[in-house]
Design a protein around this ligand. Sequence first.
Ligand SMILES: [Zn+2]
Ligand SMILES: [Zn+2]
Length: 122
Amino acid sequence: MPTINAKKLCNIHGFYVGERCPICVKKQNKAYDVMRQKDKKKIYNSKRWKTVREIVILRDNLLCQQCLKDGFESIGEEVDHIEELSDRPDLAYDIDNLQLLCRACHVQKTYQEKSKRLDLTK
Ligand SMILES: [Zn+2]
Ligand SMILES: [Zn+2]
């Protein structure tokens, strides 16, 4: 009998096929996300963040830095962590790690980073 099809038993969720119980994995990831969201909220609500954010907006002349690189001028709306906050919480308030982005660029970057992260966990 090939080992790939061997069923294993999760104490909580019963039998499953594969490396780990898929329901347990899903629950763990969710808990991790919730925790991170809480940490982020704390940062984004802090006085220190609001000050740093203002500095970055002025430094970047109110323009989206990604659009500038691509040869456009768009009004930046969101201050982005170049090295993601979840990877480098120590750089949360580091002006060198912050850039002003328009909403479209920010969504794009977040999406790209998310899919990269998913690839890594495969
Ligand atoms: Zn399980
Ligand atoms: Zn942009």
